[in-house]
Design a protein around this ligand. Structure first.
Ligand code: IMP
Length: 194
């Protein structure tokens, strides 16, 4: 079985990715690898931040690893919060304050189109590869549900009538940006490793 370090401290992301990746690959979190680090996200693209995270962990461990960076891109806000999604309302990375800022900026604007975009950066045998996953949808007028994390309570994916925060993990996986990116990662690993 291949072992990969997942360069994140976000337990929600670990749970989501483990639920998709199955038993063919062993995912180890930073904590499980004994690494205590708050990896910087200094760049202005998801691609560059994802690469920074995986390269940081690769430098520290010299092992195969991957990271992911995700942004919520809202059409009427010219792609905001985008790469700044985690710190939209400030460095506290507070989910509720981020949602409040988003709903306040959108106001009653009828154009509520948005998408989540995930970029995974994999380092395998010292080489980097990237995989993208996109989920289109809209921003709800109000918060709905209390599952999940981040902007889940205000994001309704296309084809659904409820928000991500009203869905089980399995339901969210049917639509999710992260699930799509991970599926591409798994396909690549299967092809490379077989
Ligand atoms: P990062 O990839 O950890 O920088 O994520 C940026 C921010 O996007 C997170 O802090 C969350 O607020 C938000 N985010 C990322 N993925 C999701 C998701 O699947 N649902 C809701 N919010 C998300």
């Amino acid at each position: 079985m291949s072992t990969l370090i997942f360069a994140t401290n976000n337990q929600h992301k670990v749970d989501e990715i483990r639920s998709v990746i199955g038993s063919s690959f062993d995912i180890i979190t930073l904590k499980e690898a004994g690494i205590d680090i708050d990896i910087p996200e200094p760049h202005d693209t998801l691609e560059a931040n994802a690469a920074e995270k995986s390269q940081t962990i690769h430098r520290l461990t010299n092992q195969d690893c991957f990271s992911e960076d995700t942004g919520l891109e809202v059409e009427a806000l010219q792609g905001e919060p985008g790469v700044k999604s985690a710190r939209y309302a400030g460095d506290g990375r507070d989910f509720q304050q981020n949602i409040d800022k988003l709903l306040q900026k959108l106001g009653s604007n009828p154009d509520r189109k948005a998408r989540f975009r995930t970029v995974i950066s994999l380092i395998l045998d010292h080489k980097e590869y990237q995989f993208e996953g996109i989920c289109t949808g809209k921003i709800a007028e109000d918060q709905q549900g209390n599952k999940g994390f981040g902007y889940d309570p205000v994001f309704i994916p296309d084809g659904a009538t409820k928000s991500f925060a009203e869905m089980s993990l399995e339901e969210k996986n049917q639509y999710s940006h992260r699930q799509k990116a991970v599926t591409r990662l798994i396909e690549f690993l299967r092809n490379t490793r077989s």
